[in-house]
Design a protein around this ligand. Structure first.
Ligand code: PEP
Length: 262
């Protein structure tokens, strides 16, 4: 029913950011919201590098229950304050269907993470929240299962879904997950939805973010979403993959050198 590829618009009217075939959207921010200062500094780094959307987790889906779980609603308030200061619309994760309403109240875009891609109740709730959805691929999901997860959102009346390839689990231990770059053109030939790449959570390593971003651009992705932190060595979550300012600037330069979309 959708012969042309779609563009999803994120943010308040008049300041909407497109994600889709005619542009390459650069999203950056901290893995987790830790403090107002840390979030603002990360957002300023992102904005200075040319990012047009701010990422940041307030509800963190951690593998260990003993790891930092995020600041919850306080984190959402910080994100909203930082949006006010920087003008960057916010994408943040929701991990529980019971939190969809509050996350949608603060965020411009709801993220559904890899661990929840097949949480159908959450997908349906997100589909009714009235905000665009960033749907990450489950780390053990096939492309078909991922597209069907998007249908759960769409079926509730929300077609503003952006897919995000963030790596899948393979036998290779040198990276956290293996970025399945072939998913980008496959999704684009199968679905009208935009598809972006998360090189930070795929590799789990800062040194891979630039090469994997280049791969995403080469494969025709509609954008990248990357982690940046003002002090990665002391980050409460996923410090080893967070970019320093200089890394982010190198990435921004690569994004700017992208040839025009044909
Ligand atoms: C994230 O983007 O903060 C995150 C936890 O990503 P993923 O769900 O891909 O692991």
């Amino acid at each position: 029913h959708h012969p042309d590829r779609s563009t999803v618009w994120v943010g308040p009217k008049g300041h909407q950011v497109p994600i889709g075939p005619d542009t390459f959207t650069f999203i950056a921010g901290p893995c987790a919201v830790e403090t107002p200062t840390q979030t603002l500094e990360a957002a300023e780094m992102a904005r200075a590098a040319g990012a047009t959307l701010l990422r940041g987790g307030a509800f963190k889906p951690r593998t260990s229950p003993y790891a930092f779980q995020g600041l919850g609603v306080r984190g959402l308030e910080i994100l909203a304050d930082v949006r006010e200061t920087t003008g960057l619309p916010v994408v943040t994760e929701v991990v529980d269907a019971r939190d969809v309403a509050v996350v949608a109240e603060y965020a411009d875009m709801l993220q559904i993470g890899t661990r929840n891609m097949a949480n159908f109740g959450l997908l349906q709730a997100a589909g009714e929240a009235g905000k665009p959805v960033l749907l990450k691929r489950g780390m053990t999901a096939t492309i078909e299962e991922w597209l069907m997860a998007a249908e759960y959102v769409a079926q509730r009346g929300n077609l503003d879904v952006v897919l995000c390839e963030r790596g899948i689990r393979t036998f290779e231990p040198r990276t956290r997950n293996t970025l399945d770059i072939s998913a980008v053109p496959i999704v684009q030939s199968t679905s009208h939805l935009p598809v972006i790449v998360d090189p930070s959570h795929a590799g789990g390593r800062r040194d891979l973010v630039l090469p994997l971003s280049r791969a995403a651009m080469g494969a025709g992705a509609d954008g990248v979403i990357v982690d940046v932190h003002p002090d990665p060595e002391h980050a409460l979550c996923d410090g080893p993959q967070a970019l320093f300012g200089a890394d982010l600037r190198a990435l921004a330069q690569a994004v700017r050198q992208l040839p025009p979309v044909l």
